[in-house]
Design a protein around this ligand. Structure first.
Ligand SMILES: NC(=O)C1=CN([C@@H]2O[C@H](COP(=O)(O)OP(=O)(O)OC[C@H]3O[C@@H](n4cnc5c(N)ncnc54)[C@H](OP(=O)(O)O)[C@@H]3O)[C@@H](O)[C@H]2O)C=CC1
Ligand SMILES: C[C@H]1O[C@H](OP(=O)(O)OP(=O)(O)OC[C@H]2O[C@@H](n3cnc4c(=O)[nH]c(N)nc43)[C@H](O)[C@@H]2O)[C@@H](O)[C@@H](O)C1=O
Length: 318
């Protein structure tokens, strides 16, 4: 496959989010000069007619679909209708609109939560649709599976070059640090940093702490997406992860050490644990020539430093 010309027009949907922001930075660093993005205020991606009008006006050649309704375990469990319906609408308008507009290639971001709750570990791409989903995020997962199928159906029926990638849990600069709606990594970073700053000696974390999660730095994810956009054109989904996981308890110790807070951690077991483990098998990705580069302890330290440095600015998503 020939490299994508650096003056090709590239649309990043969700370019101000955690993932979209990292893809935007990675495209700039790789020399792409013709990037287009729209904030939600400028273009509501659930509005199919508005999305079609945007495509007709801008005529992008390549599209990254990093816009979605996203949140942690509690947000997913509390707002199932939003996570199902908003995501179905956003992805349908962005993916089918791209096909209608003659986009050359599109990359859709799914999530490791599409796999069955009790899938064999590490989870290979072919475990999709082999068992029941984790109840805390089944609504979001069903939308994501529909997104994969939308890409596969358009490829099968119309030859549209749409690929789908399944990232593990992500973290890094630009994350959402909301106290209840965020994912575990930004939640812990904010809680420990604020506890240290306020002299608080005890913090509460959710669940038992005994479940496992795999964490990938968002800059690694962005690099993998750019790589796959250039080297991969097939219906099959591709996992993106590190192939290594930790318990949530281990993660809390890592974040606590990075922050330098020494108080007591208590566990609120009325909050859900979610799936016991969702480690990705990354051998397909390795076979395609890509491996994660950012070690977890380094990535956590740098994200803590970024959060502290950003606290005084008005740009943090709190
Ligand atoms: N974060 C993670 O751990 C993981 C993420 N992913 C996937 O990566 C993708 C991006 O996630 P992430 O970057 O974390 O999420 P973010 O919430 O950080 O970013 C999502 C972006 O989409 C935008 N958006 C949401 N709804 C609309 C809408 N109706 N119209 C226009 N824009 C909209 C948001 O804008 P606004 O801020 O205005 O709402 C935001 O900029 C998602 O598909 C997600 O499933 C997959 C695995 C793990
Ligand atoms: C990316 C992924 O993200 C979600 O799935 P999840 O992995 O379960 O997400 P999470 O990051 O919110 O939690 C991971 C673990 O961490 C524990 N935990 C401890 N303390 C806090 C805490 O303070 N906040 C949060 N959020 N979790 C905490 C929490 O109880 C759980 O055991 C889905 O959106 C799913 O759809 C999806 O794709």
């Amino acid at each position: 496959m020939a490299p994508i010309p650096r003056d090709a027009k590239v649309y990043v949907a969700g370019h101000q989010g955690l993932v979209g922001g990292a893809i935007w930075r990675a495209l700039q660093a790789a020399g792409f000069t013709n990037l287009v993005g729209r904030t939600r205020a400028e273009l509501d991606l659930t509005d199919e007619a508005a999305v079609d009008a945007f495509y007709a006006a801008e005529k992008p050649e390549y599209v990254y679909v990093a816009a979605a309704k996203v949140g942690g375990i509690l947000a997913n469990n509390t707002y199932p209708a939003d996570f199902l319906i908003d995501n179905l609408r956003i992805q349908t308008s962005v993916i089918t609109g791209a096909h209608r507009a003659g986009v050359k290639k599109l990359l859709f971001l799914g999530s490791s939560c599409i796999y069955p709750k009790f899938a064999a570990q590490p989870m290979t791409e072919d475990s999709l649709l082999t068992g029941s989903l984790e109840p805390t995020n089944e609504w979001y997962a069903v939308a994501k599976i529909a997104g994969i199928k939308t890409c596969q159906a358009l490829r099968k029926q119309h030859g549209f070059d749409a690929i789908s990638v399944m990232p593990t849990n992500l973290y890094g600069p630009g994350d959402n640090f909301h106290p209840t709606n965020s994912h575990v990594m930004p939640a812990l970073i904010r809680r420990f940093v604020e506890a240290k700053q306020a002299g608080v000696t005890q913090v509460t974390c959710w669940g038992t702490g005994n479940v496992y999660r795999e964490f990938l730095h968002v800059d690694d994810l962005a690099a993998a997406c750019l790589h796959l956009m250039e080297v991969y054109s097939d219906a099959g989904i591709v996992n993106i992860g590190t192939g290594v996981d930790v318990t949530i308890r281990e993660l809390t110790e890592m974040v606590r050490a990075a922050v330098g807070w020494e108080g007591e951690i208590v566990w609120d077991t009325t909050k859900p644990d979610g799936t016991p483990r969702k480690l990705l098998d990354v051998s397909k990705l390795a076979g395609l020539g890509w491996r994660a580069a950012v070690p977890l302890d380094k990535g956590v330290r740098e994200t803590v430093e970024w959060f502290v440095a950003s606290q005084s600015k008005q740009e943090l998503r709190l």
